[in-house]
Write a protein that binds this ligand. Structure first.
Ligand SMILES: Nc1ncnc2c1ncn2[C@@H]1O[C@H](COP(=O)(O)OP(=O)(O)OP(=O)(O)O)[C@@H](O)[C@H]1O
Ligand SMILES: [Mg+2]
Length: 269
């Protein structure tokens, strides 16, 4: 079992009191598993993902325990989490394409990040170049500033950077939302490829797009209003969803060739 989360509660402190963003989450992610985390906007997906790696105020740890490869993660202690971040657990944040420091070229930016883990850039450069090649980026990107890359190129660069140290767990938060359909597909294939090559052991893939999860995930965890609705293998979720909200998510998927006569009628009026 790569990840075990027990009764996790994460709130936000606001002037009007606490916002209960994650309320008692308990679940596991197995070795090699790609777990989709789905649910409507605002249900707490990003909060859950981030809390496992970086608690940014006003996010507040209330209770719960998290174990990665049998070791407890001190998620309430940002300093102690430094030991785990990037090396054992890594994140591609929502809007990652804009998360790269704009004033630093990609190469030096990676060197800075590696230095925080006491790793020499030159030592890892051959592997870095191999992985850039795998995602069809030229080594030349290391000399470029983030704004000199397209959105899709930046997304692929972030994927390579965040998995460079072969973390046990990768959290990918809405990494396909701002991409066109063909780039989306390429990024999804990379997530599976990275797992197959052992660059990451397990992945939590956050999205509200069930059709993407159908293609790449092994299991799906559905969240609803800060709580976990259900977790099951992909086929089970699609064939016999138990929670009404899961049923709704699946029913809302467009079907190829399906027509919606009432919409056409309205357009003609
Ligand atoms: N900084 C904050 N301060 C107060 N409340 C917040 C803050 N960030 C998020 N929330 C609240 O926490 C809840 C969960 O938000 P979160 O961003 O985790 O949702 P999400 O499922 O990732 O949504 P989306 O699909 O839109 O990305 C929401 O009710 C949101 O309003
Ligand atoms: Mg989010």
């Amino acid at each position: 079992m790569a990840l075990r989360v027990e009764n996790l509660r994460i709130y936000y402190r606001t002037l009007r009191g606490y916002v209960h963003a994650v309320e008692g989450a308990t679940f596991s992610v197995g070795d090699g598993e790609i777990m989709g985390l789905a649910g409507e906007s605002g249900c707490g997906k990003t909060t859950l993902g981030h809390s496992l790696i970086y608690l940014k105020p006003p996010m507040a740890y209330i209770e719960g325990r998290v174990f990665l490869d049998g070791r407890e993660l001190p998620i309430w202690d940002m300093d102690r989490m430094n030991e785990f971040r990037f090396r054992h657990i890594s994140i591609i944040p929502q809007y990652a394409m804009n998360a790269l420091n704009p004033t630093r070229r990609i190469g030096p930016l990676i060197a800075d990040l590696l230095a925080t883990q006491g790793i020499d850039f030159r030592q890892i450069l051959p592997e870095l170049q191999r992985r850039l090649d795998l995602v069809q980026l030229s080594p030349e990107v290391l000399n470029r500033y983030p704004f000199e890359l397209s959105g899709g190129m930046r997304q692929r660069a972030v994927m390579v950077i965040s998995t460079l140290l072969n973390p046990s767990l990768l959290i990918a938060d809405e990494i396909t939302s701002a991409l066109d359909v063909s780039t989306q597909r390429a990024v999804c294939e990379m997530i599976v490829e990275f797992r197959n090559r052992g660059f990451v052991r397990s992945t939590i893939f956050i999205t509200h797009d069930m059709s993407i999860l159908y293609q790449i995930a092994d299991t799906i965890l559905v969240m609803y209003a800060g709580q976990l609705a259900e977790k099951a293998p992909v086929e089970t979720i699609f064939r016999s969803p138990r929670h009404p909200y899961t049923r709704m998510l699946i029913a809302s998927l467009p079907r190829v060739g399906a027509r919606q006569p009432h919409l056409f009628r309205r357009q003609r009026q």
